[in-house]
Design a protein around this ligand. Structure first.
Ligand code: ATP
Ligand code: F1X
Length: 303
C-alpha cells in the first residue's frame, strides 16, 4: 500500500485575475476550489492513474470535513486525525501576469495528535511506500520527518520526501528512496546559485552523497533531471500544452514517477510518466486526469 502524509491539508482556492494590482480591489474572472496539500495531491494523481493509496494527516473544522469528503470523491482512502480546534486552511492560488500563492497556517497540532499519527505509521509493513510531503505547521517541530523516518528505519518501507530546505536536509542521512527538490529548493539547500544543468546535476550529486538514494530535480517549464542510486542520469523536457495553473505539478510528478517505478522498476519510464503527470496538472485546474496524462505520455514517446 502507498501512504501519503499531509501534515497541513488545504482547500486550494484557484483563481484567475486579469493584471492583479496589489492594494486595490481585484476581481476574479475564473475561480474554482480543489482539495490540496502535497500528500493529498499525490494520492489524487495516484487514484487518477488507478493506484490505491491512503492519505494520512490532520484535518480540523468544516474545511477539514470538506477535505475528507473530497478525498472520498477523488477515490482514495483517507484516515485523517481530527484536530479539535481551528480550521484546515484555505490556500489562495492566483494566476495573473505571475502566479501568486498565499498559504495559510492551519490548525495547531498537539503532541497527542502526533502520537495518534505515530500509532498509524507503526502499522506500516515492509514493501509499503510512504510519501512525506509539504510544510509542517509551526506547532510541530521541524524535526518531525526525521523522527518518522528514524521510527520506521529498518522495516523495509520505501520513503519519499518532498519538502523544503531544513525538513529535507535533515532526512538525507536516513536514506530516503526519493527526494524531489525543484531547482530553487536545491539552490536553497546548498546555499548557492545553480544555473546550468551541469551545476544542478552537481547539486543533485551532493544530496546523494549526503544520503538520498534517488534525486529528482524538477525545473518547471524546463523539465527535470534524475540521478539514480545506480549513478545513472536521465533528463526529460516538458510536454506541449497551455499552462492553466502549475500548482501541484511537482506533487503530480512525484506520484507519476512512483506509479511508473512501481509498475516497471524502470527509471526512464518512471521519469516519463512523472513528466506527463506534472504537465497534465500544469495544463489543468487541479490535478491532471488519467486521460490527459496518457495523452502527454504518448507525446513524450513520439520524440
Ligand atoms: N509550465 C510547464 N509546462 C510544462 N510542464 C510543466 C510546467 N510546469 C511544470 N511542469 C511539469 O511538472 C514538473 C514539476 O514542476 P515544478 O518543477 O514546477 O514542480 P514544483 O516546483 O515542485 O511544483 P509545485 O510546488 O507547484 O507542486 C516539471 O518537471 C514538468 O514536467
Ligand atoms: O504550505 P505547503 O504545505 O508547503 O504547500 C501547500 C500547497 O501549496 O502545496 C500544494 C502544491 O504543491 C498545494 O495543493 C498546497 O496549497
Amino acid at each position: 500500500m502507498i501512504y501519503t502524509v499531509t501534515f497541513n491539508p488545504a482547500l486550494d482556492y484557484v483563481i484567475a485575475v486579469d493584471h492583479f494590482v496589489p492594494g486595490q480591489i481585484n476581481r476574479t474572472k475564473e475561480e474554482t476550489m480543489v482539495c490540496g496539500g502535497k500528500g493529498i495531491n499525490v494520492s489524487t494523481l495516484l487514484a487518477n492513474l488507478g493506484y490505491e493509496s491512503t492519505a494520512l494527516g490532520f484535518v480540523a473544522g468544516f474545511t477539514g470535513e470538506e477535505i475528507v469528503r473530497r478525498c472520498q470523491k477523488a477515490g482514495f482512502h483517507s484516515d485523517f486525525i481530527r484536530v479539535k480546534e481551528g480550521l484546515s486552511r484555505i490556500n489562495v492560488k492566483m494566476k495573473s501576469d505571475e502566479e501568486t500563492e498565499i498559504n495559510g497556517m492551519g490548525p495547531r497540532i498537539t503532541e497527542k495528535n502526533v502520537a495518534l499519527l505515530f500509532e498509524q505509521l507503526d502499522e506500516l509493513k515492509a514493501e509499503d511506500v510512504l510519501v512525506l510531503s509539504g510544510s509542517i505547521p509551526s506547532s510541530i517541530g521541524n524535526g518531525i520527518y526525521k523522527e518518522i523516518m528514524e521510527r520506521l528505519s529498518g522495516r523495509g518501507i520505501q520513503i519519499v520526501v518532498d519538502a523544503e530546505k531544513h525538513l529535507l536536509m535533515e532526512v538525507l542521512p536516513l536514506h530516503p528512496f526519493l527526494i524531489k527538490p525543484n531547482n530553487h529548493e536545491l539552490e536553497a539547500m546548498l546555499d548557492r546559485t545553480l544555473t546550468t544543468r551541469e551545476e544542478l546535476l552537481e547539486g543533485a550529486k551532493e544530496l546523494q552523497a549526503r544520503g538520498a538514494r534517488n534525486v529528482l530535480v524538477s525545473m518547471a517549464g524546463d523539465g527535470a533531471l534524475l540521478l539514480t542510486e545506480n549513478g545513472e542520469i536521465y533528463k526529460e523536457g516538458v510536454c506541449r500544452g497551455t499552462v492553466i495553473n502549475s500548482v501541484g505539478a511537482g506533487d503530480s510528478m512525484v506520484a507519476g514517477f512512483l506509479a511508473g517505478y512501481l509498475k516497471t522498476g524502470d527509471y526512464g519510464y518512471a521519469l516519463k510518466l512523472g513528466t506527463a503527470s506534472g504537465g497534465a496538472t500544469a495544463f489543468s485546474y487541479g490535478i491532471g486526469s488519467r486521460e490527459k496524462i496518457m495523452e502527454l505520455f504518448a507525446q513524450l514517446n513520439e520524440k
